[in-house]
Design a protein around this ligand. Structure first.
Ligand code: ATP
Ligand code: MG
Ligand code: MG
Ligand code: MG
Length: 564
């Protein structure tokens, strides 16, 4: 592509809305643009990076025996009623009606749909195993879309579904997908960890998350350096405590909170089976608004909340978000000022930044503090130094202390079992002619989020540093002075030659100052660079890599060998 003709609206300034490097750089490099919150356009360079990731995903899925197809993004309500997820998915689901008032959603995921598609078509065990996938746009009305492609409301996902005769066969299918994901993220040059995850609203017992390591990741990983144990902090049930040091340093006061010390107490307190962050409900207690962070799909027990706050139940009412003065966590992991679980952090960032003298804390005696102020005592950022993992929070496998790290969830694989096949009545006949529900797995890769994760791991202060395999182009040829005939002609000849041998090449033939061209090429991060300048008449050009300061003067005839 000739850059004089390319649509690449780069920005000099860092856009104010963008907080993390990938968001800033993808905007600045003219790769994405926002339409509305959480909805982005992929511009030509960004789209090429997306397609590169898709291609690697596709190759590994095909190699693993999965078959690509494409389903509709629109799904009728009835499908989701069957699994109970029309109600359970909650406000994250985009819903719409047609002209006859029939209800639909824009698919946030496709378990129900895939199950219904093979139902009545696959009738015999002889047709199994089966694994199908698609690369498609998904819709989730996220509570807080942010960080550009990282958490969109419209995003690209590869989703796959496996169908097997029994649990054992399903576990084999799961292992095959695990291996495929391992290859995908390795080929993408990502530094990642595979961790045990929670199954959440997906159902099933076992899941693993593929986490690209990054400071800005919203996922917290508990892992062991002495064995291979790694899990999300939720799954590992890590308890965060504020260190005594922190209490000395911070101008805050400890106050008494009720006796909720163990997970069983907590379950009791919340009347739930399983603690899981989900939504925040704003209540008023005796005129004082508070925020209760409550588990995923359940409603908080208001009687208990009232007791907890020492008010009568009728005094609880929904509060106006602007007047919140206190926040209380309903989860052991929520320890207010020092370390907040990602979702709690969001709520803090979102609602409490302007409030003064609030109460924050976790559900343990002595772990609430009052008169905390945003900015002074806590922030959306994490102050790891002031945090300890509870003593005795050791690896469940080998007993050594657990380590903590942050990651971006780029992939997630689930052993679903028969939740969806039973709900939808998708059955086959086994060897003995007996009807059985399919045993299923589902497997997601966040394609657009992966592009953002790559940029998080590969950038410097000048711009993106694409690994070759996902770079929108392999080579960029910069013609220093396009008015100089020899330079322009040499650049064009080289450009033609490289494209002819399949090297995806950009030619910067814009009539701009050299400085602008150099800045842009650093910003857009093309790995291999060729500069055509003063020595063009001698057929000498400069060769360099985005990853290094080294430059090399070479004869144009040597370029082909260097590039391939
Ligand atoms: P998260 O925990 O970040 O909300 P999730 O667990 O809800 O993600 P899954 O249902 O497991 O997501 O979907 C499969 C993959 O799709 C995720 O691993 C992630 O890479 C990607 N993904 C999920 N939500 C988003 C989003 N809002 N924007 C971009 N990618 C997403
Ligand atoms: Mg989610
Ligand atoms: Mg998740
Ligand atoms: Mg997930």
């Amino acid at each position: 592509m000739k850059m004089s003709k390319m649509y690449m609206p780069t920005l000099r300034e860092v856009p104010a809305e963008a907080e993390i490097p990938s968001h800033q750089l993808l905007l600045r490099a003219g790769m994405i643009r926002k339409l509305v919150s959480g909805v982005y356009s992929y511009l030509p360079l960004g789209w090429r990076a997306i397609r590169k990731v898709e291609q690697i995903v596709r190759e590994e899925m095909d190699a693993a025996g999965s078959q690509e197809l494409l389903m509709s993004a629109i799904q009728p309500r009835e499908l989701w009623e069957a699994s109970g997820r029309w109600a359970n998915f909650g406000p994250e689901m985009f819903r719409l009606k047609d002209r006859n008032d029939r209800e639909f959603c824009l698919g946030p995921t496709h378990e129900e749909y895939f199950t219904s598609v093979i139902k009545d078509e696959i009738r015999s065990y002889k047709q199994l195993p089966l694994n199908l996938y698609q690369i498609q746009t998904k819709y989730r009305d996220e509570k807080r879309p942010r960080f550009g492609l990282m958490r969109g409301r419209e995003f690209i996902m590869k989703d796959a579904y496996s169908f097997d005769v029994d649990e054992e066969a399903m576990k084999e299918a799961y292992q095959i997908m695990w291996d495929a994901y391992d290859k995908i993220f390795t080929r993408l040059n990502l530094k990642f960890k595979i961790v045990q995850g929670d199954t959440g609203t997906m159902g099933g017992k076992t899941s693993h998350e593929f986490m690209a390591m990054s400071e800005v990741g919203e996922g917290v990983i508990a892992y062991c350096d002495h064995c291979d144990y790694a899990a999300t902090d939720e799954k590992a049930e890590v308890v965060y405590h504020i260190t005594e040091d922190a209490l000395d340093i911070l101008p805050i006061e400890k106050i008494y909170t009720p006796e909720v010390k163990t997970i069983d107490d907590l379950k009791e307190f919340l009347s739930i089976e399983k603690s899981h962050f989900g939504k925040a409900i704003v209540y008023k207690a005796a005129g004082n608004p508070i925020v209760a962070i409550i588990p995923g799909d359940r409603e908080l027990n208001e009687t208990k909340l009232a007791n907890y706050l020492g008010v009568a139940e009728h005094e609880l009412e929904m509060a106006d978000e602007d007047t919140i003065i206190a926040i209380t966590g309903a989860n052991k992991g929520f320890t207010g000022p020092i370390r907040l679980k990602p979702d709690a952090r969001l709520i803090l960032d979102y609602r409490i930044t302007k409030m003064k003298n609030i109460v924050v804390g976790g559900n343990e005696t002595d772990y609430h503090i009052k008169n905390a102020n945003y900015g002074r005592d806590f922030s959306g950022e994490i102050v790891d130094d002031l945090l300890t993992v509870e003593k005795g929070d050791t690896c469940p496998k080998c007993g050594m202390p657990l380590m903590m790290d942050r990651g971006i969830e780029v992939g997630n694989i689930f052993q679903l079992g028969t939740k969806y096949s039973e709900a939808i009545g998708a059955k086959f006949l086994d060897e003995n002619g007996k009807e059985k529900p399919f045993v299923m797995g589902s497997y997601g890769v966040g394609v657009s989020r992966t592009v953002a994760a790559i940029v998080e791991q590969y950038h410097d202060d000048k711009g993106i540093i694409w690994p070759l395999v996902v770079s929108p182009y392999h080579v960029i040829i910069t013609v220093i002075n396009t008015k100089n005939k020899e330079q322009l002609e040499l650049g064009e000849a080289l450009y033609d030659k490289l494209n002819k041998i399949g090297v995806e090449t950009l030619l910067d033939d814009r009539n701009e100052r050299a400085g602008i061209k150099f800045n842009d090429r650093d910003l857009i991060g093309i790995p291999i660079r060729i500069t055509v300048g003063k020595r063009a008449a001698e057929n000498i050009v400069e060769y360099s890599l985005r990853t290094s300061e080294d430059k090399q003067e070479v004869n144009v005839d040597e370029i082909e060998e260097l590039v391939l």
